[in-house]
Design a binder for this molecule. Structure first.
Ligand SMILES: Nc1ncnc2c1ncn2[C@@H]1O[C@H](COP(=O)(O)OP(=O)(O)OP(=O)(O)O)[C@@H](O)[C@H]1O
Ligand SMILES: [Mg+2]
Length: 495
């Protein structure tokens, strides 16, 4: 008994949330990389550019400044420095440098007003070692500071410092941050809506397959799932529809099988029931009673065969049929099975001939191989008229060296439309007293053993050929050929 189908979970919701979360994370990471990688590089490039400009301004002003501070520093030189600073839009400072003992220097402001610590520090560095450029401070107070000593013209060494605020660069950076945050929020909103819409569409299609699968589990036939698009989900829907179609075919085949099998069982059973009724009549003479009993024995035999065949077929279908393949002497096997039919053949007026190459080895289950050969010889004797010649041969095919058994008769042959279907269960000729299971079972057995069973009908001959896998053990070259009409042992078995 199958367990009842489980209830649908809220899988859609969690999938949707996961897709949305994933896309949001991707978005945030992408923005983070863009901001850290691009925005911060842009700010530092702008600062570098400003510092270089300031350096160039100072370098260009050096000759003029050298003149200005050539003599003693005076209010006039301070005002010239202020004018220059205003023209260049910078703040400018000048210091007189005096060396003190111990390698240190003393800076005395000459012009530019009270210097702030970064300016003094930069001037001190320039006094010690030439041109200096640096950025100091944080946020809006960030400033580019450059300093260099003037060529010495008088007694005093003079260092000039230019400073310019980097507030505009910081404002640009702030703008970039604000715009970036707004863009991120907008992108997140779009991504969220997009993720929900995409996952909704995907989930809708998965749900359609899920609903159909649950309907099948309840024993319903929901019909094909819409394929919609030719993508992975489309492939899933197509595969699901194929599976549904296969299930429907299997279900139809199962029903047909039950109907046909019960019909096959009912016919001999009702015939037996009829004879039992007739035998109750005590007036019956002995000869009639014997005739009835013989017919009943035939029907019982038919029932027994049918039961065995049905069991075989169901075992093959369910995969429960156990095979025991081994290295087998096919020549011996064929000879012994053919002998079983000697009496029947002669009783029915058939000529049964045997052409067997010696020591043809095959790798097969010998009992099942014998069962197949029995089906073939039985058919050749049952479905052909009296006097038909039936040849049973065994050898190795020239083309691929595979062991074969052929049963060839020169009877009326099998009509083409029937020939195409004789390997299906319950398919038989109109005249057949059997159930039409022999060849269906024989082919399935041959294929399960790695062999094949095929039919050919031409030139007034019907040939059923069984091939089996080659034995793994090494073989002699003597048995590789097909038996030739003249060279191989040939023996009529019955007339
Ligand atoms: N050698 C043959 N010559 C003519 N017809 C054949 C020959 N072999 C098989 N057939 C046809 O193929 C049909 C299917 O054969 P199959 O062995 O499957 O069933 P069956 O012999 O009718 O019944 P069962 O074997 O179950 O008793 C037969 O009914 C017959 O019409
Ligand atoms: Mg048969």
């Amino acid at each position: 008994m199958l367990p009842p189908p489980s209830e649908p979970r809220a899988a859609g919701a969690s999938l949707r949330a996961r897709v949305a979360l994933l896309m949001l994370s991707v978005c945030v990471i992408a923005f983070g990389i863009a901001y850290l990688g691009v925005a911060s590089q842009l700010v530092s490039a702008l600062e570098r550019q400003r510092l270089d400009e300031l350096k160039r301004s100072l370098a260009r002003s050096v000759p003029r400044l050298a003149d200005t501070f050539a003599g003693r520093a005076s209010p006039a030189s301070a005002s010239r420095l202020r004018e220059l600073a205003e023209a260049l839009e910078v703040r400018a400072y000048a210091f007189r440098v005096r060396a003190t003992g111990g390698g240190d220097v003393h800076l005395a402001p000459l012009a530019g007003g009270e210097p702030w610590p970064a300016v003094r520090k930069t001037a001190r560095s320039a006094a010690a070692g030439g041109s200096v450029a640096r950025v100091s401070g944080r946020g809006r107070a960030r400033t580019a500071v450059v300093a260099r000593p003037l060529p010495a013209r008088g007694r005093d060494k003079v260092v000039v410092v230019f400073a310019r605020s980097l507030g505009d660069v910081q404002r640009t950076a702030k703008l970039l941050r604000e715009r970036g945050a707004i863009a991120l929020l907008l992108a997140l909103a779009f991504v969220l809506v997009g993720a929900i819409a995409v996952s909704q569409a995907v989930i809708g299609r998965v749900r359609a397959v899920e609903r159909a699968a649950r309907a099948i589990a309840r024993g319903q036939h929901p019909g094909p799932v819409p394929v919609e698009r030719d993508d992975e989900l489309g492939a899933l829907a197509r595969a699901f529809n194929e599976m549904q179609e296969r299930l429907a075919q299997a279900e139809r085949a199962r029903r047909d099988f039950i109907v046909t099998a019960s019909h096959e069982l009912r016919t001999p059973l009702s015939s037996l029931g009829g004879f039992v009724e007739l035998l109750r009549d005590e007036e019956l003479d002995t000869a009639t009673r014997r005739r009835f009993l013989a017919t009943m024995a035939d029907q019982v035999e038919r029932l027994q065969r049918l039961a065995v065949d049905l069991l075989d077929l169901s075992r093959i279908d369910s995969g429960d049929l156990e095979l025991a393949p081994e290295s087998s002497d096919l020549s011996e096997l064929v000879t012994s099975v053919a002998r079983e039919f000697e009496a029947v053949a002669s009783e029915r007026g058939h000529r049964l001939e045997l052409r067997v190459n010696p020591s043809v080895q095959a790798f097969c289950d010998p009992d099942r191989a014998a069962q197949i050969v029995r089906v073939l010889i039985d058919n050749a004797l049952r479905h052909t008229p009296k006097g038909t010649r039936v040849r049973v041969s065994c050898g190795r095919r020239r083309s691929d060296g595979r062991p074969y058994v052929r049963v060839i008769d020169n009877g009326p042959g099998i009509p083409e439309e029937l020939r195409a279907r004789i390997f299906e269960p319950f398919v038989r000729g109109n005249e057949s007293p059997g159930a039409g299971l022999g060849l269906a079972i024989a082919r399935q057995l041959a294929e399960r053993m790695g062999g094949s069973l095929s039919v050919r009908s031409s030139g007034g001959e019907t040939c059923l050929e069984l091939t089996l896998p080659t034995d793994r053990a090494p073989r002699s070259s003597a048995d590789t050929d097909e038996p030739s009409r003249t060279a191989s042992p040939q023996r009529p078995m019955g007339t």
